[in-house]
Design a protein around this ligand. Structure first.
Ligand code: SAM
Length: 383
């Protein structure tokens, strides 16, 4: 498919001719200068189902240096553009003024983005705008954001120190095997396991911890890694999260049979040692957390398919090209960046965001008759 480069904000970006279903800002009324939306308005972002939206995931690039076989076809590269980092910063600032407390930078592969530390340094200066109960706070009275990065870890060893110095608080590394050969077969990058392991260790060494390791399980593909992974997590001192495979891949390989559901997974982990449940850290937490009877290690099970947690969803996503996605399984994007393009003010952006959040879906419909795959796959949304 032909692609071309174009300049936005003085930077060369990759632009794709592929159209994604996007709702244009012209379908919303943008307040005029005479009727600005107050930026630190009283009510924090809340959707029409009463859920407070406090968690923002921002994809800072659509590029990825891995071609994980369950995620990508391996034939396509980046499909969507990326914005200048200043634009992400502006959008994040507006989201934070509306009640976002947790910002996760992702991609694509976020560590491919040059000057990512500059963005992190600026985001780390932001403070929450609302108290945990939703009460608006005076300027400067908020606390630091929970600022994290999700990465495949390939470039982490080299960047961990500078990410930490820039103000990053923690990192989540995606690993889908602990056997180096299986790992390389999944990522399609030779030597990737050693690179990622070095990244995990470097992150721990510089204090980007506790490091979380996320593993997506597919039946008959990497589920033989469950037990070795548990031993790995206990000996490396990382928090392990097993995640159910969702129909978000570029290809069409998902079926209900590929998913290792919550009950089966828990039983298979228990084969190592008896599991002891841990209390949740926060409302809206997606993982069911456990330790073992000897108190060593923490394992989480994230089961969006067999135990959907949509009722407690607090998330919104911003794609690399500046579109809002209200659910991983949304059928359309909302073009926030078009407000920037048209010279909109921060108040215009805030009004647009509020309007979009109102439309957040109640839940996903994975596994139900008539389920439609989302309009973008995981790598192009930002996981
Ligand atoms: N490159 C970064 C990384 O590897 O973590 C960030 C982007 S990656 C798309 C984010 C996460 O999505 C990874 O943990 C990946 O395993 C997960 N993921 C990708 N496709 C998935 C799927 N179909 N179901 C569940 N998780 C998926």
């Amino acid at each position: 498919m032909p692609r071309h480069y174009t300049g936005v904000g003085g930077r060369a970006i990759l632009r794709s001719p592929r159209a994604s279903k996007t709702r244009d800002v012209s379908t919303y009324a943008i307040p005029t200068a005479a009727t600005p939306a107050p930026l630190s308005s009283a009510q924090r972002l809340t959707d029409s189902h009463g859920r407070a939206i406090t968690d923002l995931r921002v994809s800072v690039t659509d590029r990825c240096n891995y071609r994980c076989v369950y995620c990508r076809t391996g034939n396509d590269g980046a499909q969507y553009s990326e914005l200048p980092l200043d634009d992400y910063l502006r959008l994040i600032r507006v989201f934070v003024s509306l009640g976002i407390e947790k910002v996760r930078l992702t991609g694509g592969e976020p560590l491919l983005r040059r000057d990512l530390t500059t963005l992190i340094r600026e985001v780390a200066k932001l403070r929450t705008s609302h108290a945990p109960d939703g009460t608006p706070l005076k300027d400067g009275a908020g606390k630091m954001l929970d600022l994290a990065v999700t990465t495949n870890g390939h470039l982490l060893a080299a960047q961990a120190q500078s990410l930490r110095e820039a103000g990053l608080t923690r990192v989540t590394v995606s690993m889908d095997a602990v056997d180096p050969d299986v790992f390389a077969r999944i990522t399609r990058v030779p030597g990737s396991y050693d690179r990622v392991l070095a990244g995990v260790r470097a992150a721990k060494a510089v204090g980007l911890g506790p490091v979380k390791v996320n593993c997506v399980l597919l039946r008959g593909f990497n589920d033989d890694q469950i037990v070795p992974f548990v031993h790995f997590a206990r000996s490396e001192g990382v928090i392990l999260r097993f995640i159910e495979f969702m129909p978000l891949e570029e290809d069409r390989i998902w079926s209900p049979d590929t998913v290792i559901g919550y009950d089966e997974l828990k039983a298979r982990i228990s084969a190592v040692r008896p599991l002891v449940p841990l209390r949740g850290n926060a409302p809206g937490e997606t993982a069911q957390r456990f330790t073992f009877d000897d108190g060593i290690g923490e394992i989480g099970i994230i089961a969006p398919v067999s135990r959907a947690f949509c009722g407690a969803c607090s998330r919104v996503r911003l794609t690399s090209d500046g579109k809002i996605r209200t659910c991983l399984f949304s059928q359309m994007d909302h073009d926030l960046y078009s407000v920037v393009h048209r010279g909109g003010s921060d108040e215009d952006l805030a009004a647009y965001i509020r309007n979009v959040i109102e439309q957040k879906e109640a839940r996903h419909h994975i596994g139900e008759p008539g389920f439609l795959k989302p309009s973008r796959s995981m790598v192009h949304i930002g996981g």
